[in-house]
Design a protein around this ligand. Structure first.
Ligand code: DP6
Length: 404
């Protein structure tokens, strides 16, 4: 038991990593903003942590004078209500689990203040939603610190709705639940990351992004004003969710891709139906959408599928045998500025020579420099414990180690 000997020590520490996820049936809208209960179920693909991950170290010590939190090396306010909700809920589970008396060690730990340090292995400026990985990682590290092994998606949900889906690898459903207290609003795995080995993900990071409307604020305005969102949650999503699970089980890329695109488009339609409207897609996102449709039309079936969250970056799903060619299509369509930055990052991408008819049909309106870079990744596992103590983000003094 990790906590058992901890009280003997001055300092207990645990480090975990957690993944980013991208929804293919989108979550947009809460029925309870405090407990973070959604108006509809959602389904996502967990991305591999070799390319995108958050690492978090949580430490407890009788020598700490106050709770403290560092994000990417900078101290931030630990009093944020969502951080506090996660702390409170993990501690509550630890108390419940330990009963009232026996485990004095964990009880000791629970009375200590905590220091938490968290960082991402990808630039925040990339505009990739990091709150899901961030809260999933916070909850995983705290649970490990206190020796909690319960179902934790319910706790991660209190940090950020989409974070509950980052508690599992592979293909993950967040069930909306029915109960007002949220105890049945949980994430579970539909299929593990090994289920569909050919599936690949390309994140197209677009240049010159503005700070968009935060999803928390945007989705509440949508709930209050969009009749389309209400119809979507009540009628469209329940049907699509069942279909999407079937496509995943059958590894049917045609069905999966079609539905992922349609669902992304409907989410952005509800944003336009919000009053005043919210725009997350920009001209470049629309360019990428048109490009994907031209590419699929040229091949006569669905080879690539796009999905966009609350920002202009495109996430492209494809099978492995399509990646080289499509990356070359993107390179020709958005010729990179020659500033030495690597245009393709992550998993290796092979060279492809494009047939002339493909170029003529698909690469119709190049926009130089519009895509900053492409990140090539694939589905991956859920949160991981980091065993190697040299990987802790906090030093023996409980303060962030100098970052390398
Ligand atoms: C568009 O989970 O960031 O990415 O629960 O308020 O923290 P809060 O919102 P958040 O919303 C994610 C919205 C989305 C779609 C999705 O991930 O399902």
């Amino acid at each position: 038991v990790p906590g058992a000997m901890a009280a003997e020590r001055a300092l207990a520490m645990a480090t975990c990593t957690a993944p980013v996820n991208i929804a293919v049936i989108k979550y947009w809208g809460k029925r309870d903003t405090d407990l973070i209960l959604p108006i509809n179920s959602s389904l996502s693909v967990t991305l591999h942590q070799d390319q995108l991950k958050t690492t978090t170290t949580a430490a407890a010590s009788r020598d700490f004078a106050e709770d403290r939190l560092w994000l990417n090396g900078e101290e931030v306010d630990v009093g944020h209500p969502r951080v506090q909700a996660c702390l409170r809920e993990v501690r509550r589970l630890a108390r419940k689990r330990r009963g009232s008396s026996e485990d004095t060690a964990t009880l000791g730990l629970l009375s200590y203040k905590v220091h938490i340090a968290s960082e991402n292995n990808f630039p925040t400026a990339a505009g990739l939603a990091s709150s899901a990985a961030g809260y999933a990682c916070l909850v995983s590290a705290l649970a490990r610190l206190y020796g909690v092994e319960d179902e934790l998606s319910e706790v991660a949900r209190r940090g950020s709705g989409s974070a509950c889906r980052s508690m599992w690898g592979g293909f993950v459903q967040w069930q909306r639940g029915e109960r007002p207290d949220g105890t049945d609003s949980l994430a579970h795995q539909v299929a593990p990351e090994t289920h569909w080995p050919e599936l690949r993900v390309l994140v197209l990071v677009v240049s010159g992004q503005k700070k968009p409307v935060a999803s928390t604020v945007g989705m509440q305005t949508s709930v209050e004003t969009s009749p389309l969102l209400k119809h979507r949650a009540e009628v469209v999503v329940p049907e699509r969710l069942a279909q999407m699970i079937r496509h995943i089980r059958e590894r049917d890329f045609e069905g999966f891709g079609q539905l992922a695109m349609r669902d992304s488009n409907q989410f952005h339609a509800t944003c336009l139906d919000t009053f005043p409207p919210i725009f997350y897609l920009n001209d470049l996102s629309r360019h990428i959408i048109a490009l994907a449709h031209r590419y699929n039309a040229h091949h006569g079936h669905t080879k690539v599928a796009y999905s966009f969250d609350a920002g202009p970056n495109a996430v492209i799903f494809a099978l492995a045998d399509t990646v080289d060619e499509f990356v070359e299509v993107v390179r020709r369509s958005f010729p990179p500025a020659a500033n030495g930055d690597q245009f393709v990052r992550g998993l290796p991408v092979g060279l492809a020579t494009l047939p002339q008819e493909l170029v003529a049909a698909v690469v119709t309106e190049p926009v130089p420099g519009a895509v900053q870079y492409i990140l090539h990744t694939k589905p991956g596992p859920g949160p991981q414990l980091v065993d190697d103590p040299s990987q802790h983000l906090l030093g023996a003094d409980g303060l962030p180690r100098r970052r390398t």
